[in-house]
Design a protein around this ligand. Structure first.
Ligand SMILES: O=C(O)CCC(=O)C(=O)O
Length: 268
């Protein structure tokens, strides 16, 4: 399976802020990640969030899984993703920022709100991106991801808000603004969304504004697993705003982010 993208795909990433890469991940990796997800559900790692929704359905969220699970670690380090990240970001070094799991069980109909990621993160720079892996068939009624094309170039830092009912608030970031109500005015935006099958990934920029639907299907889970990578221009940001659980106490503002918590995973 080729890990090289076509130049037209790389160009589309930088034009739109997000691209679908079909069949990016082999069935063997998909099976391994699926098993790792079941292991995490049975015995969650330390950053686990069990969002029980008002309708009683489960949205299992977790992050920094690679640090305690060898299969997630292998996927973050050894799958085709680090080389793909290097190609997209045109960087000689790729560091792993963190990984994150989003399992919307059948009927977990809570949407993931519109947001861009980088305001949640203690990292600054242009070479910051994610790969969202589908572990199930994903359709509009099962929690498909959606993007505002071109929003990664807006240079607008939207205030982080909690993703689930009852989750803790975020401190206000300097120069962060409230996100517009995109759903109230959908025709004003160029919106991108793709149905996906297991093994497809969406590659997207950390400033791209995105959301995901709830899983309204009774017959299908919606397991998504995201890995976030940085290129050589990324530096640490210790100021207010980002998620406290992603901070790295060993770094200070302006430091290159390569460190034990954000390890090097690829270099030219
Ligand atoms: O899977 C979801 O519901 C949201 C995923 C997301 O926002 C992300 O990976 O950045």
């Amino acid at each position: 399976m080729s890990t090289r993208l076509m130049q037209s795909q790389v160009d589309a990433f930088w034009r739109d802020g997000a691209i679908l890469v079909e069949d990016a991940i082999s069935p063997e990796w998909v099976a391994r990640v699926r098993q790792a997800i079941e292991n995490d559900i049975a015995e969650p790692g330390p950053f686990f969030n069990n969002y029980v929704l008002p309708n009683g359905k489960r949205f299992h969220g977790n992050l920094r899984l690679w640090e305690t699970d060898p299969d997630f670690r292998a996927y973050c380090f050894e799958s085709p993703l680090p080389a793909m990240a290097a190609q997209i970001m045109d960087t000689s070094k790729v560091t792993l920022f963190y990984d994150q799991l989003f399992v919307k069980e059948p009927g977990a109909d809570h949407p993931t709100r519109w947001h861009n990621d980088q305001p949640y993160w203690p990292v600054r720079g242009r070479q910051v991106m994610s790969f969202w892996l589908a572990l199930d068939d994903v359709t509009a009624d099962s929690g498909r991801m959606e993007f505002v094309a071109g929003s990664h170039d807006w240079e607008r830092w939207f205030q982080p808000e909690p993703f689930a009912p009852g989750a803790a608030d975020y401190e206000r970031g300097e120069n962060y603004e409230d996100i517009p109500d995109i759903d109230a005015d959908r025709s004003a935006y160029d919106l991108l969304a793709w149905d996906m099958k297991p093994g497809d990934v969406i590659a997207f920029h950390a400033m791209a504004v995105h959301a995901a639907g709830g899983n309204r299907r009774a017959d299908r889970r919606r397991r998504g697993y995201t890995v976030r990578y940085c290129g050589e221009d990324a530096t640490y940001f210790g100021g207010p705003g980002p998620n406290a659980g992603l901070r790295n106490p060993s770094l200070k503002t302006g430091d290159p982010i390569e460190s034990a918590q954000y390890p090097l995973v690829w270099q030219a």
